[in-house]
Structures are given as structure tokens and as C-alpha cells.
Ligand binder design. Structure first.
Ligand code: FES
Ligand code: FES
Length: 161
């Protein structure tokens, strides 16, 4: 039986560096990041688009990497949690999560932080309600939600409500 080669060449710009990959057309961005590029900060929770643990930025916009095919990302910019602290200095949102105890087990945290960075850039942190609404795709089994909102609120510069 003849096997059909379904692999494809893809060039991604990941956290500012060009990365060339040859992989099957069905490989998700999440698996490419974790298994091919060893960027394991992006977590696999549900692998079905329901939890937000796999959130990364694609051309500056947040996407669920478990629902994104790597082949669709050819020539595009990907930013993962590792890219938010490239020189080892924490991103201000990471520092705020630490100050406000915005995590417990930490499994959802990288997705929460990447999502929060995008939310702030989108200008969607005008109120706690807005933060909750636009972070609603990022689930936390540990229920750290109030502290996550407090961390984002601090960076949005709104003080406490
Ligand atoms: S792992 Fe992607 S949404 Fe849950
Ligand atoms: S800190 Fe445990 S799932 Fe969010």
C-alpha cells in the first residue's frame, strides 16, 4: 500500500526567532510548541478548546493553540509565555499574578497570563465585570478567579473596586 506523505514545511516566528519545522498537516500548534520546540510553558488541559490553558498569541491576538493547526501559522508570529520574559525578567502581568496570589496549582496560569496580556492590549480591562467576561475562556479549577481579576486590575491601573 502506498503511504501518502502528509507532511508540510512551516516557518514560524516564535518569540522573535525564526523556527522551521517539517511536520504532519494535522499537528496542532500546541503539540508543535511542546513536542517539537520544547516550549512546555503552554499547557495542554482539555485539548478540545474548552479550558484556555493552551492560549498563545498569534500575530498579537490570543488563540487556543490546541485548535490551531501549525500549517495555518506559516510565516506568522507566535508568542508563548516564554516570550513574555525573554531576558529572564518577569513581565509586569506575571509579577502582578505573584503579588495577588493569582494561582494555586498553576496549571492554568500560563494561559491566564497570556490571555491577560492580550486583554490589556485590547483595552478590555475597564471594569472587573469586563475582565471576567473577556477572561471567561480561561478556566481555573482552583478557583483563583478573584485574585486573577485583582492582578489584572492592578496592571490596568484602576486600583481596587
Ligand atoms: S487545551 Fe486548549 S482549550 Fe484546553
Ligand atoms: S491555579 Fe489551578 S487550575 Fe488555575
Amino acid at each position: 500500500m502506498t503511504r501518502i506523505d502528509t507532511s508540510v514545511d512551516v516557518m514560524l516566528r516564535v518569540n522573535g526567532s525564526a523556527r522551521r519545522l517539517r511536520l504532519d498537516t494535522r499537528v496542532t500548534l500546541l503539540d508543535a510548541l511542546r513536542d517539537e520546540l520544547d516550549l512546555t510553558g503552554t499547557k495542554k488541559g482539555c485539548d478540545q478548546g474548552a479550558c484556555g490553558a493552551c492560549t498563545v498569541l498569534l500575530d498579537g491576538k490570543r488563540v487556543l493553540s490546541c485548535l490551531t493547526l501549525t500549517a495555518q501559522c506559516d510565516g506568522r508570529d507566535v508568542t508563548t509565555i516564554e516570550g513574555l520574559a525573554p531576558d529572564g525578567r518577569l513581565h509586569p502581568v506575571q509579577e502582578a499574578f505573584i503579588r495577588h496570589d493569582g494561582f494555586q496549582c498553576g496549571y492554568c496560569t500560563t494561559g491566564q497570563i497570556v490571555s491577560a496580556v492580550a486583554l490589556l492590549q485590547e483595552g478590555r480591562a475597564g471594569s472587573d465585570e469586563e475582565i471576567r467576561e473577556f477572561m471567561s475562556g480561561n478556566l481555573c479549577r482552583c478557583g483563583a478567579y478573584p485574585n486573577i481579576v485583582a492582578a489584572i486590575r492592578e496592571i490596568a491601573g484602576r486600583g481596587s473596586e
